[in-house]
Design a protein around this ligand. Structure first.
Ligand code: GLU
Ligand code: MG
Length: 450
């Protein structure tokens, strides 16, 4: 007897088979945002996924180096199961893997209750709270990344692909010698990601592909798939695409900007008010107020690595201070100039390493608290956004951001206590490991003269 509604599975299996699909790649995001899962043969699909596909619950807190960090209900509880059940509405053929379709799974405990640590669950709960207020969050994700190629002589064995300077906003072979970006754009488009444009970003070897906006959970599903797909496409030609926030000392970081608005049940924008000078509704102002008020805690999940805090800084195009401004790219939160139905906020806080579900959940949690508590934002920044006399600073380390998340009970409640405690345990382990690791910097700084 399954805990799940399996009625849609036989027809999904038939439809897949008649579309020439013989493997379903069932996937879900762990806390890092890595797509974990299993390849399932289509001719056994309904039967093999009907009761949910079991995984060890500690998959949530497996480190990039393969360590298993304990959290409540994990290692010390005897490594119990979670089960993945497919959301068949997300089935999507993978254009570069003939015969394969990807399907996003939801995660449950073995008794059929939702697994509270699941990032997709965390986001869905937040969207539900907006729905109860008659509001639908709309999100447009913008991700930047670097592409590298192998080079035994380069530090860490990788050099930036297409190394050259000044290629911001260029297209074609000047900053992309093998014309890989246009191929990726087409394939990602065919993968249902609603991508629409691509270009070279500011730094050498750095690119951006833009995605259309949609309802928050769908936008997170697409951004999650996007990151996995971009990395997978690069692997096909022996390259590495990385969403690491600040991989190089001499070039800028990679952001994960989120465009955000709220619409009513009829789809009308609720952020525009043509009757006021800045054209922003009270709802938009309160959303801004909440995001700014809770920014240190949101940073913990939007900037979730030790490396994330090296992206922040003056004159970086990334933020440094907790501020907002009208069409101001030096602010943490920019309000793009379009109004009417396109009125939206652009949160520039997050970096590309963030788990897509969690980055969006953090944004929504801040906005919801602003709306609930009618938080008025400070005056909008005008001009240069990197003057520390003018605004409070963002946390300057992962450590400080995690402390802010732990101290912010309102954000913690909206993300859910089981998730927040697991996330804090996982990330504090990362800090402890980093603290005891000897870095390249220390060797260069000390070895010769000391
Ligand atoms: N790379 C910058 C960041 O880390 C953003 C550049 C841009 O404005 O697109 O956020
Ligand atoms: Mg950009």
């Amino acid at each position: 007897m399954s805990h799940f509604d399996t009625s849609g599975l036989p027809s999904a299996q038939d439809a897949l088979a008649s579309d020439g699909i013989d493997v379903v790649r069932l996937g879900y995001a762990d806390l890092l945002g890595v797509d974990r899962g299993r390849d399932v043969l289509v001719n056994r699909f309904a039967r093999s996924v009907g009761g949910g596909v079991a995984f060890c619950r500690s998959v949530y807190t497996t480190t990039p180096l393969g360590g298993v960090v304990d959290f409540e209900g994990g290692l010390s509880a005897g490594l119990p199961d979670i089960v993945a059940f497919p959301d068949v509405s997300t089935l999507q053929a993978v254009p570069w893997e003939p015969g394969v379709a990807h399907c996003i799974a939801d995660l449950f405990n073995p008794d059929g209750t939702p697994s509270q640590e699941s990032p997709r669950h965390v986001l869905r709960q937040l969207v539900e709270q907006f729905k109860q207020l008659g509001l639908s969050p709309i999100v447009g994700p913008e991700l930047e990344f670097y592409v590298m190629e192998q080079d035994a002589a380069a530090p860490n064995g990788w050099r930036r692909y297409g190394e050259s300077t000044g290629n911001v906003y260029t297209t074609g072979r000047k900053g992309d010698p093998e014309n890989t970006l246009i191929e990726s754009l087409r394939l990602l488009g065919d993968y249902g990601l609603e991508v629409f444009a691509a270009n070279h970003e500011f730094s050498s070897g750095q690119y951006e592909i833009n995605m259309w906006h949609s309802e928050a959970l769908d936008a997170a599903d697409r951004a999650h798939r996007f990151k996995d797909a971009v990395k997978e496409l690069a692997r096909r030609s022996g390259r590495m695409a990385t969403f690491m926030p600040k991989p190089f000392n001499d070039e800028g970081g990679s952001g994960f900007h989120l465009h955000f608005s709220l619409v009513d049940d009829a789809g009308g924008s609720l952020f525009a008010d043509p009757g006021v000078e800045d054209g922003l509704s009270e709802l938009a102002r309160h959303a801004i107020g909440g995001i700014l008020a809770h920014a240190p805690a949101i940073a913990a999940i939007a900037n979730p690595t030790i490396n994330s805090y090296k992206r922040f800084g003056p004159d970086t195009l990334a933020p440094w201070l907790i501020d907002w401004g009208l069409d101001n790219r030096s602010a943490m939160l920019r309000v793009p100039p379009e109004r009417g139905g396109s009125t939206r906020l652009e949160l520039r806080l997050g970096d590309a390493s963030a788990n897509a579900y969690l980055a969006i959940a953090g944004l929504l949690a801040g906005a919801l608290l602003g709306i609930r508590n009618k938080i008025e934002p400070p005056a909008a920044l005008v001009g240069y956004g990197y003057d520390p006399e003018r605004s409070e600073m963002l946390p300057q380390s992962l450590d400080a951001a995690l402390d802010a998340l732990e101290a912010d009970k309102e954000i913690g409640d909206l993300l859910g206590t089981p998730f927040t405690t697991a996330f804090l345990a996982y990330k504090r382990d990362e800090i402890a490991r980093f603290r005891s690791a000897v870095t390249d910097w220390e060797f260069r700084e000390y070895a010769t003269h000391l």
